[in-house]
Design a protein. Structure first.
Length: 55
């Protein structure tokens, strides 16, 4: 079993996988609106990840 700690937000997007870049931007904007910084993001399949931090 794995334990995750931290703050997490999720959303469900509908459409072509080609729009994933746009959805990543939407999620980072949502995190900032909630007063957080998106330090790491993953898609459901874990294929697209961003380890960059906007500090």
């Amino acid at each position: 079993m794995t334990t995750l700690s931290g703050d997490f937000i999720t959303r469900v997007f509908e459409g072509s996988y080609g729009h994933a870049k746009d959805w990543m931007h939407v999620m980072k904007t949502a995190a900032e609106a909630a007063g957080h910084t998106a330090k790491q993001t993953f898609d459901l399949a874990g294929l697209m990840s961003s380890g960059s931090s906007s500090a």
